[in-house]
Design a protein around this ligand. Structure first.
Ligand code: CMC
Length: 455
C-alpha cells in the first residue's frame, strides 16, 4: 500500500498498462491474469476465481485493513518507513513553520494554498459560524459535572444535525461548503463550552475580532477581563499543534468518517462517528493516557522498571508505536521543538524529564527497536497541553478540532469519488452450519454455549 502511494503521488514508478499478476488456483489448475494499477490489484478481480459455478468466488481476508487500500486519495501522503508526511504535496515541516491553521485547512479542503484574498474570505466565512444556537448551550448544560469532554463533544456535534436539517443535502456542493465551514467554525466553541462545563465555569461567547486559535483560547480562559489577550507564543504553539493534527490519511477515525458518510448520513452525524472513533485510547485518546502513564511512573528513576513491565506484556507504552510509521513520527519531532518554546513561557513541565528518559531507554531497547516502536504524535502533545493549563481529559478534544478539517476533506473526496459505494465489507463466516430450532421444552441445557460465553 505504501509503495502504491509512492507511485501515485511521487511518480517514482508509473504503472505500466501491461502490469499484471498471474495467479494459478491449485484447486482447479486454472490461471488468471489480474491487472496491477498503482501497485495494487483490485480485490473484486479475485471474485472470478472459482472452483465451480456455485462457488461465490475468492475473497481477500484482511482484518484491520493492514494491507487493503479502501480508496484513492489526493489529500495526504504518508511514508511510514521514511517518516514523511505531506498535505497535498507540502511537507508537514514547512506547513507548520510557514502557515496558519486556517491556511492549512483551506489547503486540505481545496487542494491548493489560498492567496491573500481567498484566505481573507475563508477566515471571514469560518468566523461567521463560531456562534452556537442557545438551545445547544442548554443541551450542554444537561451533562453531569464530570462528563468526559469527548462525550460532550461527540453528542453536541451529533445534535447539530437536528439544528441544520438542510445538511442532509450532501450532494449539493453549496450546502456541503456551508456545512463544512459551519462545523469548522463551531468546533472550538463546542470544545471550549465542554471544557468550561467540566470546570463549572460560565460559557464565554466567541470574540470574532480574534483569530481561530486566539478566539479558542479566549473562550477557554477568559475570566472577568473585558478583552482576552492570548499569549502569542502559546497561540502559535496551539496553531502548530492544530496543523500537525489536521489530517493523517486513512486512520481509524477517518475510516469511520468515510464508512459512515458512505451511507449518505449528514456531515454532523458522520463527524460524531469519527469523534467516537478518535476517543479510543489506541487512537486520539492516547494523548490522555500518556499523561496518566507518566503520572503512574512518577519519577525518572522508575522508568526502567516500567519499561520492564511493558516488555513482560503488562500494558503498552502509550504514545509509542504506529500502524504506518515504522520510523520516527515527523509530527513528534516538531512537537518536541514546540514544547521547548511553550516551556519558555509556562515553565518546564516536570513530566518532560520522565518522557525523555522513557524515550531514551525505549529507543535503545531491543524490544522496541525490533518492533520499530517510536514516539508518535501523542507522546509529547499532552505534556504541552498540560503545561498550557489543560487537564488530561481535554487533550483528545484538542485533537478533534483540527482533525475535523481532515475528516471533512476526506468525506467530501469520498462523496465526489465515482468509484465509492456504501462501505460494506465481507466476512468469513465461522459459525454453525444450518440447523433446526428445537422448542424450549425439548431443548437441552446449552452447556457448550455457556462455556463459549464465559471464555
Ligand atoms: N507498547 C508496547 N508494545 C507495543 C506498542 C506499545 N505502544 N505498540 C505495539 N507494540 C507491540 C505489539 O504488542 C506487537 O508485539 P508482538 O509482535 O510481540 O505481538 C508489535 O509491537 C506490533 O504491534 P501491533 O499491535 O501489531 O501494531 P498495530 O499497528 O496494530 O498498532 C498502535 C498500532 C498505535 C495501535 C499501537 O502501537 C499502540 O497501541 N500504541 C499505543 C497507543 C498509541 O500511542 N496510540 C496513538 C497512535 S498515533 C496517533 C493516533 O492515531 O491517534
Amino acid at each position: 500500500m505504501l509503495r502504491g502511494q509512492r507511485t501515485i503521488f511521487e511518480g517514482v514508478r508509473h504503472a505500466m498498462p501491461n502490469e499484471t499478476l498471474t495467479i494459478t488456483d491449485n484447486r482447479t489448475g486454472k490461471t488468471y491474469t489480474l491487472p496491477i494499477d498503482k501497485d495494487a490489484i483490485r480485490a473484486i478481480d479475485l471474485r472470478q476465481i472459482k472452483t465451480g459455478p456455485e462457488d461465490f468466488g475468492l475473497l481477500s481476508y484482511d482484518p484491520a485493513f493492514q494491507n487493503t487500500a479502501s480508496c484513492q486519495s489526493a489529500i495526504t501522503f504518508l511514508d511510514g518507513d521514511r517518516g514523511i508526511l505531506r498535505y497535498r504535496g507540502y511537507p508537514i515541516e514547512q506547513l507548520a513553520e510557514k502557515c496558519s491553521f486556517l491556511e492549512v485547512a483551506y489547503l486540505l479542503l481545496n487542494g491548493e494554498l489560498p492567496g491573500p484574498d481567498e484566505l481573507d474570505e475563508w477566515i471571514a466565512n469560518v468566523t461567521r459560524h463560531t456562534m452556537i444556537h442557545e438551545n445547544l448551550k442548554k443541551f450542554m448544560e444537561g451533562f453531569h459535572y464530570d462528563a468526559h469532554p469527548m462525550g460532550m463533544l461527540m453528542s453536541t456535534v451529533a445534535a447539530l444535525s437536528t439544528f441544520y436539517p438542510e445538511a442532509r443535502s450532501i450532494h449539493d456542493a453549496a450546502t456541503r461548503k456551508l456545512e463544512i465551514t459551519r462545523l469548522i467554525g463551531k468546533m472550538p466553541t463546542l470544545t471550549a463550552y465542554a471544557y468550561r462545563h467540566s470546570l463549572g465555569l460560565p460559557y464565554v461567547y466567541p470574540d470574532n475580532d480574534l483569530g481561530y486559535t486566539k478566539n479558542f483560547m479566549n473562550m477557554l480562559w477568559r475570566r472577568t477581563e473585558p478583552k482576552f489577550s492570548a499569549n502569542p507564543v502559546l497561540a502559535r504553539a496551539l496553531e502548530v499543534l492544530f496543523i500537525l493534527h489536521a489530517d493523517h490519511e486513512q486512520n481509524c477515525s477517518t475510516s469511520a468518517m468515510r464508512a459512515v458518510g458512505s451511507s449518505f448520513a449528514d456531515p454532523y452525524a458522520t463527524t460524531a462517528a469519527a469523534i467516537a472513533a478518535l476517543s479510543g485510547p489506541l487512537h486520539g485518546g492516547a494523548n490522555e493516557e500518556v499523561l496518566r502513564m507518566l503520572d503512574e511512573i512518577g519519577s525518572k528513576d522508575r522508568v526502567p522498571a516500567y519499561i520492564e513491565q511493558i516488555k513482560a506484556g503488562r500494558g503498552k507504552l502509550m504514545g509509542f508505536g504506529h500502524r504506518v510509521y515504522k520510523n520516527y513520527d515527523p509530527r513528534a519531532r516538531i512537537i518536541k521543538q514546540v514544547a521547548e518554546e511553550v516551556f519558555e513561557v509556562t515553565g518546564r513541565n516536570p513530566k518532560l524529564d520522565i518522557a525523555l528518559e522513557l524515550e531514551r531507554i525505549a529507543l535503545e531497547d531491543e524490544f522496541f527497536v525490533k518492533r520499530k516502536l517510536y514516539p508518535n504524535v501523542d507522546f509529547y502533545s499532552g505534556i504541552i497541553y498540560q503545561a498550557m493549563g489543560f487537564t488530561p481529559d481535554v487533550f483528545t478534544v484538542l485533537f478533534a478540532i483540527p482533525r475535523t478539517v481532515g475528516w471533512l476533506a476526506q468525506w467530501q473526496e469520498m462523496l465526489l469519488d465515482g468509484e465509492q459505494k456504501i462501505a460494506r465489507p465481507r466476512q468469513l463466516y465461522i459459525g454453525k452450519p444450518a440447523r433446526q430450532v428445537v422448542r424450549i421444552e425439548e431443548r437441552e441445557a446449552p452447556a457448550a454455549m455457556l462455556a463459549t460465553v464465559a471464555r
